[in-house]
Design a protein around this ligand. Structure first.
Ligand code: ADP
Length: 423
């Protein structure tokens, strides 16, 4: 169990490249923290500094209040689970799990080793597989063996570096749930690096979003989704991504490519003196007006639908638009920062599967201006972020996290009591 704290941590590589530009972060005991960002944003560098595989140029790395900047990896008592699991093919599952205990020569008796391995294997449901070789196991089982090896060490924290990126989509989904379940049961502080925002949203208690070595926002998945601090976070989190539309501020109205929307009163003061802003609308907030479930105050507009994709439970519609010259540079740069594919000049709408809108149609769509995000094209700041609401979400997420840990503990205690009663 451990709390991991980073104070103004900086990493300058030998060639002078500044990979981490001063990161402050407080990871709570038992928390599942995600480092996410596009390729090259510094996620692995940051993780490797926590483990001790990369030294810290300046700042402080603290584990449970103790400064560990100069401690060797083996003295930090952290356990890293690698992408390829690093299992020994010639050893049985039992011996793979026991490996770190045998490595600490003479520290553990044979009986102790057996007890620890069995406890881990029971928790990870590997009992039937202890005598098998890793090559005969499924990807999911191998992942559990790697976790078992981390567990027997009684490490203070687990660190994962893109553990699922080699797996196909289906297995990745299964493994995600397994990792999440194990983390809850063990209640061990966990840091998990990924470039995949779906993994970040589904696994993290909180997610630290990085861009070019700088933290953009550290928050629960829901806060990132609903109250992003800037364009970058808004564009990175969510699939399909948030639509960004240029809008001209015209008195009390915002003139968007397809429609004009009234400026919500609490926003008016912030937009004073602005000419062009960027409006962000999530694909699911735009509705097929003919279906009738349109919120009061919504604006409606006609569009020519270019392409539709029907996916059974939902449907996407693509609608091209012309971006104003003055914001095109900002949107292009954002697209590059997000490793995007230059798809920013079409609006994506996530329609109800019942919708009869088809490609080539002229369709009537609607959205509620209260749900739009409005960004400053110069700084990227989100004018519509509601700090009070963000705090509320943070409080709720923290409550959820504590409840999940308690439930996992209760479940484990119940199992233990049952076993004791049977013995
Ligand atoms: P991520 O994990 O987010 O993809 P990394 O932490 O691997 O990013 O890298 C962050 C930045 O640091 C990248 O621009 C990368 O090129 C640079 N970098 C990584 N390792 C080194 C190194 N040994 N020397 C110089 N630059 C490095």
């Amino acid at each position: 169990m451990a709390e991991i704290t980073l104070h103004n941590v900086v990493k300058e590589y030998g060639d002078g490249f500044l990979a981490i530009k001063g990161v402050d972060l407080d990871i709570k005991d038992g928390e599942f923290m995600i480092f996410v960002g596009p390729s090259g944003s510094g996620k692995s560098t940051l993780l490797r500094m926590v483990v001790g595989l990369e030294d810290i140029t300046s700042g402080d790395m603290m584990i449970d209040g103790k400064k560990v900047n100069d401690l060797a990896p083996r003295d930090r008592n952290l356990s890293m689970v690698f992408q390829n699991y690093a299992l020994y093919p010639h050893l049985s599952v039992f011996e793979n799990i026991a490996f770190p205990l045998r490595l600490a020569k003479g520290k553990h008796s044979e009986a102790e080793i057996r007890e620890k391995v069995q406890a881990a294997s029971r928790m990870l449901e590997l009992d039937e597989h202890l005598e098998r070789k890793p090559s005969n196991l499924s990807g999911g089982q191998r992942q559990r063996v790697a976790m078992g090896r981390a567990i027997v060490r009684d490490a203070d924290a687990f660190l994962f570096d893109e553990p699922l990126s080699n797996l196909d989509a289906k297995l990745r989904g299964q493994m995600r749930t397994e990792i999440s379940r194990m983390q809850r049961r063990l209640g061990v502080t966990t840091i998990y690096v990924t470039h995949d925002q779906t993994e970040a949203l589904t696994l993290g208690d909180r997610v630290a979003v990085l861009k070019k070595g700088e933290l953009q926002q550290v928050a629960s998945p829901r806060e990132l989704y609903e109250q992003p601090v800037n364009l970058f976070v808004a564009g990175f989190i969510g699939t399909p991504p948030m639509n960004f539309l240029p809008a001209q501020v015209d008195g009390s109205m915002l003139r968007l490519p397809f429609v004009s929307a009234p400026i919500p009163s609490e926003l008016a003061a912030k937009l004073e003196g602005k000419d062009i802003v960027i409006v962000g609308i999530r694909p699911e907030y735009i509705k097929d007006a003919s279906l009738g479930d349109v919120a009061d105050g919504s604006v409606t507009f006609d569009v020519d639908v270019d392409v539709t994709e029907w996916l059974g439970n939902e449907q996407y519609a693509y609608i091209p638009f012309e971006a104003d010259e003055s914001v095109r540079a900002t949107l292009d740069e954002l697209d590059r920062d997000l490793d995007g594919e230059g798809m920013r000049t079409q609006m994506i709408v996530n329609l109800d599967a019942r919708s009869r809108i088809r490609e080539g149609d002229t369709a009537e769509l609607a959205f509620d201006p209260a749900l739009m995000h409005v960004f400053d094209p110069e700084t990227g700041a989100n004018f519509t972020r509601d700090d009070a609401r963000a705090e509320e979400i943070a409080r709720e997420s923290e409550e959820d996290r504590k409840r999940a840990l308690e439930r996992a503990r209760d479940r484990d205690n119940a199992v233990r009591e049952r076993e004791a009663a049977q013995a």
